[in-house]
Design a protein around this ligand. Sequence first.
Ligand code: KIV
Ligand code: ZN
Length: 507
Amino acid sequence: MERVTIFDTTLRDGEQAAGGTLNIQEKLDIARQLEKLGVDVIEAGFPINGPSDFEAVRLIAKEIRTPVICGLARAHPDDIDRAWEAIKDAARPRLHVFLSASDVHLVHQLRKTRDEILQMSREMVARAKQYVTDVEFSPMDASRAEPEYIYQILEAVIEAGATTVNIPDTVGYAVPVEFGQLIKGIFDNVPNIDKAVVSVHCHNDLGMAVANSLEAVRCGARQVECTINGIGERAGNASLEEIVMAIATRKDCFNLTTSVDTPQIYRTSRLVSELTGFTVQPNKAIVGDNAFRHQSGIHQDGIIKMPITYEIMDPKTVGIPSSSLVMGKLSGRHAFRERLVELGYNLVETDTNRIFVAFKELADKKKEVTDKDIESLVAQELRTVSESYHLDRLQVSCGDRGIPTAAVRLIGPDGQAMADAALGTGPVDAVYQAINRLVKVPNKLTEFSVKSVTEGIDAIGEVLIRIESDGQTYTGRGADTDIIVASGKAYINALNRLMATRRQETE
Ligand code: KIV
Ligand code: ZN
């Protein structure tokens, strides 16, 4: 069966999502998981964007060996040189050059003629080609450009050495029938199209990114650019898990395959959600909490008799843990370790041991510890590994009469304990004010939400916050059975991420 190349751009277009900034370590963690997932290409970033983007791409290129590692560049010599610098150590490097092609962009943004754009595209692909054989070119906003002009550009860049030509629906304007026609038109009108792979890159502004990508595949495209959980600029990009599972589930329709190891999908989705701070909506196809839950009695009856009655995919094929095994305070280290492996975690002994201690503490407070609790514990414990500041103790007094007061003790970067107290408008505000007195980094809290991991009064509460400082947004997460403690942990997590990013930028 013919194969569709899966080009993952979670670390580049996905990270462009407002509020989704990742630090270098987080990008590396995601790249490692994407390699396990089996994607063909990882677009690791936009190296000219700044020192930390450059460094993340460079480290990914050095470490990740199986997939092609791609660096993005505008059609400018400096961009291309910088992108090459970042990816040159990759086992299989690719340069991705882009330039606007629609009249809307040419007239209002670039103020250049079509001839000038054509010439720049040709020249910059030729420049990239001097560095590497694998060169991709994207005529940005292609779906709103005149098709004849796109044909002309593609012919020119393929002649200059482009091995992949990517057709972006940059603003998510296309509809499937029209986007498919554009792809067919490219095969019919670009004389040298057999020398390049046709790729598509669809945005989700009208909710059609996946539909457009799949129609393009039906019309001959053999690379799809997509992101985990569909995150990305504005309404996001085509979701990788939906594309891959549609191709796998509807072989009768597509007669194609991908290299993705589908049981890794769920883990990858959770990791990206955890690190970007973007929660997955419950009804999200493939990876949402409700994607395989059956509520109606008729459906439940059918599922019990034969899952195929109401389930078109087996949840195991996307890595959703099958067992509803519940652990408790009598569960031992060995059983716990096995459960972690079954849940897809491949942790070193020291991490497993720390998480086991946290599990025991939780099991003392909570009768039944479920898979979701374990996932939350792992995330919470791994979050604390690279902390500069650690929340050691926290105590609040609040109610409808007194003034909310908090006392906190932190362990600082030098290992020394420090403590302070503050008043606030509520207990969380008091905790944040007390932390602010110790960690003096000005910022503004822009988002705060709490959700419980499982049902029940003894559930773990997960707090997600976003803070803004110097125009940048940082996400923080914390989990605990006490939501005030979870809020404190989330704030410390956001501050640690802010400081880590600042450190990386100055280094
Ligand atoms: O949406 C877009 O056009 C892009 C290009 C850089 C491919 O992200
Ligand atoms: Zn894009």
